[in-house]
Write a protein of this length. Structure first.
Length: 222
């Protein structure tokens, strides 16, 4: 299999995965009731960005874990893709709650909209929203640490901050599952559970490598 064909297959898989969110949402949403309704349009965009953010983050988790092997098998372009997709995913993750705040602003006014930015634990639905808020904070720290990794302090420690992505992924999955019905609907539900399985394996592998590295550092000082 040639490198160009491997690249083609990867992009085909990636495009197929990111198309599942829009397909699912448009199956769940009658377009006739959306076109002339501003609030429905905002809600539609907010749902689209949510599923897209989960899809991109799922790819980021798997790519980040397997990067050395992927570079060896597919070439250095996959690392550049990982960096570009990571920044794009973060931008979409910022847009997702921004649309939610704007939707609440249009419905209930500025004060209520601003309150949606804060983690809340009552009523029950707010708990699941808070998982998404905490995930965004962790991902933002990880992204900034990776972006500024050439700074003296981060040069040695940015990978430790980057591990936060894996914990954030768990929060994102919980947030996605309990915050709406799109995640439960095929075809996105098929991808959701496959991505969860891959993400759990990737997280365990990354934590194992981190622990192995820390144990190696400890032995070097004994």
């Amino acid at each position: 299999m040639t490198p160009s064909f491997k690249k083609f297959l990867f992009y085909l898989l990636w495009l197929l995965a990111i198309s599942l969110g829009p397909i699912t949402i448009f199956r769940n949403t009658p377009l006739a009731g959306v076109v002339d309704n501003e609030l429905e349009i905002i809600n539609l965009l907010q749902r689209l960005t949510g599923l897209l953010a989960f899809t991109l983050l799922s790819f980021q988790i798997v790519l980040g874990t397997l990067m050395p092997k992927l570079i060896e098998k597919m070439g250095g372009w996959i690392f550049n893709f990982h960096l570009t997709e990571g920044l794009g995913a973060w931008g979409i993750m910022l847009l997702h709650p921004t649309l939610f705040v704007f939707l609440n602003y249009r419905i209930e006014g500025l004060s209520t909209a601003l309150l949606t930015l804060l983690p809340r634990f009552s009523p029950n639905q707010e708990i699941w929203y808070s998982f998404g808020k905490f995930a965004l904070i962790l991902i933002t720290i990880a992204v900034l640490a990776g972006y500024f990794r050439e700074k003296p302090f981060l040069r040695k420690n940015w990978r430790k901050f980057h591990i936060l992505n894996y914990f954030a992924y768990v929060f994102v999955a919980i947030h996605a599952y309990f915050s709406g019905t799109d995640t439960w609907t095929p075809p996105f539900s098929w991808f959701f559970w496959a991505a969860i399985g891959a993400g759990v394996l990737a997280t365990l592998l990354r934590l194992f490598r981190l622990r192995k590295g820390l144990n190696g550092e400890a032995r070097s000082f004994t």
